[in-house]
Design a protein around this ligand. Structure first.
Ligand code: FAD
Ligand code: SF4
Length: 458
């Protein structure tokens, strides 16, 4: 049986608005897809999932129509299943390991996970069992997937949890980076709402490191978890990058996603010109280019210095972008921008692949004299992010040369009582890895609080 396609909105029509592209499986489609699963004796898909979701068990429950049970099985290992089902790079994780991939196409694990999570959300979700209050209080800095997952587990363990978030909305990249048409804000809001019901307090517009330091937080909390992500955009550092109309993907996406800057009545609208060029090949580049189309660009093109096969973006995003009318240009790298005040042209050099090195990987190098110039009105640079530097001056917090926070395997830093996880520790990674790090740190914090170490610190 072929893989059950995800119902989705028609490409050109959906590029006109921010409504979700994928519509979700119905009960019948979910059962149809789940019955394709071979129920392997050794389910290698579970090894492919960074948090070890018991995929074989939840898929078997879906196949039997036991949807609530399927939801419970997923929720044991994954506290953000409605998010992960939508945005995990399944092709290199769970689905990449699925043996059905060798015979035909892998089981649509992500689509099924989304199905059970959405169904549980629609029914109000599971009530967390009441836990006796521990009397300890923990501060979480940053409300991305690492912070949210850490907050959920600590609250379940009976601790008082306060989340400090710099922006005016909770969710981290899930709300300011990933657009609505891929991950509706309502999904993240439901998760934040669930945490609030459990007693987690959210302090928004609270950037730690400015008015308040980590040491200030340690004065009123017993432990701190830092999950501030890798939100500092990298630039190309080529001539003309200062011109009006050249901006980072972070700025572009945050302004559209959080401030509605694509609307003409916005206080500071983003000026999306007719011809938009997006530089990069990851999820961020794809989110920016598809957002540019929805914000009114006549043409939107991705320029990537390697080949399509090497693009780190999820395959589904690349396919969706093409269907919506996005153009792709490969083996081209910007070397400068021209214009008097606003950007008018982008200069690119053609790249070629080198012979494979000792590790078997090909690199790319510029072809001398191959420069071309293309007319552009807006350029969005999406070539990666560096760790957020706001807490780098915190005393006793060891940072790596890359600017990440150094921790042990449960997220404990060198500063007593302070833990960290997610992109601020690994550098830019994925939602599921950040979430897994938040959960491990919650266990580490709980063990730390109960160990008596706190008394020694006091
Ligand atoms: P973040 O999600 O970055 O959250 C950090 C939070 O901390 C933010 O809310 C920030 O405002 C807050 N903060 C920062 N400094 C402070 C401070 N000093 N005080 C208080 N709060 C602070 N991954 C996938 O798996 N699939 C995808 O499809 C995908 N698409 C992506 C698209 C984009 C545009 C981007 C940028 C990333 C994408 N990623 C994707 C990567 C993924 O979103 C990140 O790896 C993940 O969100 C990291 O989680 P985090 O909790 O560590 O940090
Ligand atoms: Fe796959 Fe991600 Fe779900 Fe794990 S959390 S089963 S990797 S979709």
């Amino acid at each position: 049986m072929p893989r059950t396609p995800m119902p989705e909105r028609e490409g050109r029509l959906r590029a006109l608005d921010f409504e979700e592209v994928n519509l979700g499986y119905t009960d019948q489609l979910a059962i149809l897809e789940a019955t394709r699963c071979l129920q392997c004796a050794r389910p290698v898909c579970v090894d492919g999932c960074p948090v070890g979701v018991k995929i074989n068990d939840f898929v078997a429950a879906v196949a039997d129509g036991r949807f609530d049970e399927a939801g419970r099985i997923v929720a044991t290992d994954n506290s953000l299943p409605a998010v992960c089902g939508r945005v995990c790079p399944q092709e290199i994780q769970c689905e990449g390991a699925c043996v059905m991939g060798r015979r035909s196409s892998p089981i649509a694990i992500g689509h099924l996970e989304r199905f059970v999570a959405d169904r549980a959300r629609g029914r109000g979700g599971e009530q967390a069992p009441a836990t006796a209050p521990s009397g300890w209080s923990v501060a979480i800095v940053g409300s991305g997937p690492a912070g949210l997952a850490c907050a959920a587990d600590l609250s379940r363990l009976g601790h008082d949890v306060t989340v400090y978030e710099a922006l005016h909305e909770a969710g981290g990249v899930l709300v300011y980076g990933i657009p609505e048409y891929r991950l509706p804000t309502a999904v993240v809001e439901a998760e934040v709402g669930r945490l609030e019901e459990m007693g987690v307090v959210f302090e928004l517009n609270a950037p730690i490191g400015r008015a308040e330091s980590i040491d200030d937080l340690l004065d009123r909390h017993d432990a701190v978890f830092i999950g501030i992500g890798a939100g500092l955009p990298r630039f190309l550092e080529v001539p003309g990058e200062h011109l009006v109309g050249v901006q980072s993907a972070n700025e572009f996406l945050t302004r559209v996603n959080l401030m509605g800057a694509n609307r003409s009545d916005a206080e500071t609208p983003v000026l999306v010109g007719k011809r938009v060029a997006v530089i990069g090949g990851g999820n961020t580049a794809l989110d920016a280019v598809r957002t540019a189309l929805r914000a009114g660009a006549d043409s939107a093109t991705v320029y990537y210095r390697r080949t399509e096969d090497e693009m780190p973006a999820r395959r589904e995003e690349i396919r969706h972008a093409r269907e919506e009318g996005v153009h792709f240009e490969f083996l081209l790298n910007p070397v400068g921008f021209g214009g008097s005040e606003r950007v008018e042209t982008m200069e690119l050099v053609r790249m070629r692949q080198t012979e494979p090195g000792d590790d078997g990987r090909r690199s790319v190098e510029p072809i001398e004299g191959s420069e071309v110039a293309v007319p552009v009105d807006t350029v969005v640079v999406a070539v990666g992010n560096a760790p957020n530097p706001m807490l780098s001056g915190t005393p006793d917090l060891t940072m790596s040369r890359r600017g990440t926070i150094v921790t042990d395997e449960v997220g404990m830093t060198d500063k007593p009582g302070v833990f960290a996880g997610g992109d601020i520790v690994t550098g830019g990674a994925t939602v599921i890895l950040a979430m897994g790090a938040g959960r491990r740190a919650a266990q580490g914090i709980d063990a730390f609080l109960r160990s008596g170490a706190l008394v020694e610190i006091d």
